[in-house]
Structure formats: C-alpha cells, structure tokens
Design a protein around this ligand. Structure first.
Ligand code: NDP
Ligand code: KPL
Length: 320
C-alpha cells in the first residue's frame, strides 16, 4: 500500500459508477457485494435488466449474483456522491459527461477507468483538473447480451491516484483504497498515476494495433514468421512517442509489457479486437489515432501504428 493510504478518509465513501458493462460492472459489482455505498448510473434497458436479475458476474475469481442499486440520469439531480467512477467507452463520453454533470457538485470527484489519455482533456475542461483523478484497470471482461459480466482470466486490478498534489484528493484516494481492500479487489493507490497511465497507454495501443491488424491473439501472432519482431516494433514506436511526450516508460514496465506482447502461451487479445470481431464500434480514434497524432505532433514516423490506424478507420467506414 502506498503512502497515500495513511491519511484519514471520508467514510463511508458514496460511489456512483457510470456504466455496468465489462469494467464498471465487474469492479462496481465486487464493491457492491462487499457492502460499499454504491449506485450504478445506467440507461433504461440496463436498469430493467439489473432490476430483474441483479448483477451477474461469471469469473475465475468467483461467480456472483448481486442485488444492486441503479439510477437514471433523469433522477440524479438530488443525490450527492463523493466519487463518480466513469466506465463508458470513449465514443460514449459526450453522453456520459452530460449524464454525470448534475452529480458533480460539492467535493465530488470523477475517476475515469477508460483506456487511453484523450478523455482527461475533456474531463478537465468540464469539471476542473482538481476534480479529476487518474485511473485505469487491468482486466479482460465483457458484458454479454443477457447482461452477464464475463471475466475471462484471473487478472482484475484497478489503479488510481492523484494527478497533481492535493490533500483533498489524497484523502479520497485513501478512502477508495480502503473500500477496495474491504471488497478484496486487487488495487493500487499510486503517487505515480501519470506514469502508470502512459505505461498502460503504450502497451494497450501496441496490443490493440497488433491484434486488430492481424485479427488474432498474441500467441497466434508469435507463431508466424516475423510475428515477434512485428509486436516489438509496434511497441518501440509507442515507446518513442512516450519519450517525446516527456513520459519515458521505465525499464521494468517495458519488460512486463514485452513479456505480454510476445507471450507464446497467452491467448491475449485487446478488448478492441473483441469489439471488432463482434461488429461493434471501436475506440480506435481514442487509442491508436491519438498515438499517431501525438507522434505527428513531435515529428515522429510511426508506420506500423499508421497502418493499424488506417485499418481501423476502414473497418469503421465499412461498419457505417
Ligand atoms: N472490457 C475490458 O476488458 C477492458 C476495458 N477497458 C476500457 O474500459 C472502458 C470501458 O469498457 P467496457 O467496460 O468494456 O465497456 P462496456 O461497453 O462493456 O460498458 C460500458 C457501459 O457504459 C454504459 N454507458 C455508456 N454511456 C452511458 C450513459 N450516457 N449513461 C449510462 N451508461 C452509459 C453502457 O451502457 P449501455 O449498456 O446502456 O450501452 C455500457 O454498459 C473502455 O475505455 C475500455 O477500453 C479497460 C480494460 C479492460
Ligand atoms: C490490455 C487489457 C486487456 C488490460 O486490461 C485491456 O485494457 C484491453 O484489452 O482493453
């Protein structure tokens, strides 16, 4: 546990989770199951589903069937929260921001757990940088059509922290860490969230670009001639972008990333590929497009990322 957890937190934390999908449903469900003061902000179809059957999680870490509280955006105005966890897809950000705005009163802060970085500009503009924590999660999970949250492996970790020094936010981070601890959720309250965000952005962007271009998981890519060199070259392009943006990826994080990106045993694929295989919208602009644009702004050539970005745009055009 980090030094941030030493401070005295507001307790119990009143949490609103926007979205009860793969990530929000999993982590919010685990928190609710432990007795946390938590409510899901959902749309009508999901509200009906959750009212009828509760939140159902299928996971190697334990199946669960949890009665949960929900609220619609139209009924949010009179309720107050300490923390809003934002777990929508990037392409839903505009509607999500509109939905949570009535609840962003008093000392309430927002913790996004989306992949990527671009949403921070939007959130800072809407709610003020001092009210926006940094967050990410490591998990492979999806919401099935029947509403069940299916978690694919044993990894389910959430990482969060204060982006700038702030005692108020440090206390909130500390309270959230305690709440996660009580729910036995693997979590990390970090003083280095900006670095962690770049560590994840670079590995996720490589994984999404590589697995979406090849329409296959990492272990299969490794079986092809040049597959490992391809994944390493993709990651190198992302590392160069991180360095140019003054957030070089530390050696230990590079080693961990490369172990995952070149694993011969893990059938690892990005959630973006799962969405693409299902014919759904993808967060291409938010992840791969953003990395390419950041490279361009620093005068860097990223031919492999560019190929993935073109490929994903073509998918989106065909889908439209
Ligand atoms: N799934 C994974 O394995 C991982 C995903 N991530 C990242 O986490 C983020 C979320 O992904 P994931 O949880 O998979 O996404 P999902 O699509 O599974 O869940 C998002 C949920 O947000 C809800 N939502 C969107 N807009 C609104 C709104 N205006 N009001 C209320 N609810 C809303 C959707 O509701 P509705 O059902 O009504 O559409 C949906 O259920 C993404 O950035 C993703 O890249 C990160 C790590 C792993
Ligand atoms: C890399 C991974 C699986 C880690 O959570 C992820 O974030 C994603 O696929 O979206």
């Amino acid at each position: 546990m980090s030094e941030l957890q030493q401070q005295s937190p507001p307790s119990p934390l009143r949490i609103l989770v926007l979205g009860a999908g793969g990530t929000g449903g999993y982590f919010g469900g685990r928190l609710a199951a432990s007795g946390a003061d938590l409510c899901f902000l959902v749309r009508e179809t999901r509200a009906k589903q959750l009212a009828a059957q509760g939140l159902v999680i299928q996971s190697p870490l334990g199946d669960a069937h949890i009665p949960v509280r929900t609220v619609l955006a139209s009924d949010l105005a009179d309720q107050s929260f300490d923390l809003i966890v934002l777990s929508c897809k990037a392409y839903d950000l505009e509607s999500a921001l509109k939905a949570i705005t009535p609840a962003m009163t008093g000392d309430c802060s927002v913790l996004p757990i989306l992949n990527g970085l671009l949403h921070y500009d939007l959130l800072d503009t809407h709610f003020g940088r001092a009210n926006v924590l940094g967050g990410l999660c490591l998990i492979s999970a999806t919401k099935r059509e029947d509403g069940t949250i299916v978690h694919f492996n044993g990894l389910a970790k959430i990482t969060f922290g204060v982006r700038d020094k702030s005692e108020r936010q440090a206390a909130l981070v500390s309270a959230l860490a305690n709440t996660c601890k009580a729910a036995k959720i693997d979590h990390q309250a970090t003083a280095e969230i900006n670095q962690e965000l770049w560590n994840k952005f670079t590995v996720l962007c490589s994984l999404a670009s590589g697995t979406c271009l090849m329409r296959s998981d990492i272990a299969s890519i490794m079986q092809s001639e040049g597959g490992e060199a391809f994944m390493r070259a993709l990651y190198s392009e992302c590392l160069a972008v991180a360095k140019a943006w003054q957030q070089p990826i530390p050696e230990w994080a590079q080693q961990m990333a490369l172990a995952a990106l070149t694993s011969r045993t893990e059938r690892l694929k990005a959630s973006m590929l799962r969405d693409l295989e299902a014919g759904f919208a993808v967060e291409a602009a938010h992840i791969v497009g953003d990395m390419v644009h950041r490279a361009q702004q620093k005068g860097l050539a990223t031919p492999l990322l560019q190929a993935a970005w073109c490929h994903l745009q073509v998918y989106q055009q065909a889908r439209a």
